[in-house]
Ligand binder design. Sequence first.
Ligand code: DQA
Length: 148
Amino acid sequence: MSQGKVLVLHGPNLNLLGSRQPEIYGYETLDDINNRLREKAVLADWDITCLQSNHEGGLIDAIHTARLDGTQAIIINPAAYTHTSVALLDALNAFEGKVIEVHLSNVHKRETFRHHSYVSLRADGVIAGLGVQGYRAALEAVISAFQA
Ligand code: DQA
């Protein structure tokens, strides 16, 4: 049996990473990010599922699945839904495990509409502005939080 189970969720437009506004989001693709996370998870003997959706409902369905399948933690970059989605907040509120919110860019340095996050009302931790490193830090935090 593995040490734990983590779900990594990526919101809308993050499938375009690497070519989408690289001056803001960097040159690594979503596959690069997910592969690095998978490597890290395997080393720590954690099960990891990485999923991207451009649809609010797709993200919500994945959170509902995580409620029931033994997932201990969700690492989520909700992308633009961060700033708009009460539905995503409600779904995360129905999940009992740990939630870490990640943003590649420092949203607080950007347009004011990006300064508010519905997801932060639920998140146990928030990482913004560290680029892809933020996902790795989030996974490390999850693994160490559940270490015996
Ligand atoms: C983002 C920041 C959001 O404001 C934006 O809509 C995104 C990406 C980030 O990772 O910096 O799509 O979540």
